[in-house]
Design a protein around this ligand. Structure first.
Ligand code: FAD
Length: 292
């Protein structure tokens, strides 16, 4: 099923992200993680893609996505980056994805990790290649801007280009202040970006990891969030519970304000996903049946 049709049909769409293992011996454990996540019945599960586009890592992404589809009966969204791959490699991967019966791709640029010549400069170039492939195409958006783009206007213009090329929906980079996301939605609307814009939420469960990711992607850490990280960083359980409480508050505010899609970066932690689901379950149910 195309994910764009899920957004068309469902009032509220909740999804997860998983990342594949780096080594074969860890595949089974990640597979079990995906199975547990699927048991929570999210609308879809996305599977990340190794930044370097190396074949072994690509194979893990595709194998995991195939399992999610065929064994756990959940719609997979395969991430695909382009900057470190040749056109030929990308075309082969698209063929493999389609051969596995997968019909949703999150088209990303990725960050440059090798010195090869670049055939795809931006995600929009990959979207352009995908648009005639009978696939549903998602793309990334950056509510607080992207580190390589100095102005908000350019950030939005580049996003508009991805939608013009054929992106069917947009998944946001993580953010920790909803007001930033609401501002971004209003500005995207001014540019007539009408495709679903999905809020990416990451509950803090590992402070080192979150500091590293936010440094790379430019998401700001608000004082309230910083306090949680500083206070509980040495107690994993307390940090997890405080992080889940923070993310729950964010999600309930987003849903109450009318955001349709929530994508949860649960870092391969079904326990975190389960707790978040328990916290928002009645709210999601209420919104799903409400007539408005
Ligand atoms: P683009 O849309 O190409 O933008 C990249 C930069 O180029 C931006 O600064 C943009 O403003 C600028 N730009 C775009 N078009 C133009 C133009 N015409 N002229 C000049 N500048 C332009 N990375 C992975 O390696 N694997 C993953 O699985 C993965 N999953 C992700 C999932 C989500 C939801 C998100 C938000 C990010 C993910 N990333 C992943 C990280 C992503 O690859 C990086 O954020 C990357 O730096 C930007 O990707 P993009 O697709 O937004 O790129």
């Amino acid at each position: 099923m195309f994910i764009k049709d899920i957004y068309r049909k469902e009032k509220i769409v909740v999804s997860f992200e998983v990342f594949p293992p780096k080594r074969e011996e860890n595949f089974f454990s990640v597979e079990k993680t995906a199975e547990k996540l699927a048991q929570l019945q999210p609308d879809f599960i996305s599977v990340t893609y190794g930044a370097a586009g190396e074949q072994e890592s690509t194979n893990f992404t595709l194998r995991l996505a195939e399992k999610i589809k065929n064994n756990y009966e959940t719609e997979p969204l395969v991430h695909l980056t382009c900057i470190n791959s040749s056109k030929e490699q990308i075309s082969n991967n698209i063929k493999k994805i389609k051969d596995k019966g997968i019909s949703n791709i999150l088209a990303l640029r990725g960050d440059k990790v090798n010195n090869n010549e670049v055939e795809f400069l931006y995600a929009k170039d990959l979207i352009n290649l995908l648009k005639n492939e009978d696939l549903c195409i998602g793309a990334a958006c950056h509510p607080e801007g992207h580190p390589e783009t100095s102005s908000e206007a350019l950030n939005l213009l580049h996003l508009r280009q991805k939608v013009d090329q054929g992106a069917d929906f947009l998944v946001s980079q993580m953010f920790f202040e909803n007001s930033k996301f609401f501002d971004f939605l209003a500005k995207a609307k001014q540019l007539d970006i009408e495709v679903p814009i999905v809020a990416g939420i990451m509950p803090v469960i590992n402070t080192r990891q979150i500091r590293k990711i936010t440094k790379l992607c430019g998401a700001k850490i608000p004082a309230k969030f910083e306090k949680i990280m500083n206070r509980y960083q040495d107690n994993k359980l307390a940090l997890r519970d405080a992080g889940i409480a923070y993310a729950t508050e964010q999600i309930i505010d987003l849903l109450s304000t009318g955001v349709q899609g929530i994508h949860l970066y649960v870092m391969n932690r079904p326990d975190v996903a389960q707790k978040l689901f328990d916290n928002i379950n009645s709210v999601v149910k209420e919104l799903k049946v409400r007539r408005e």
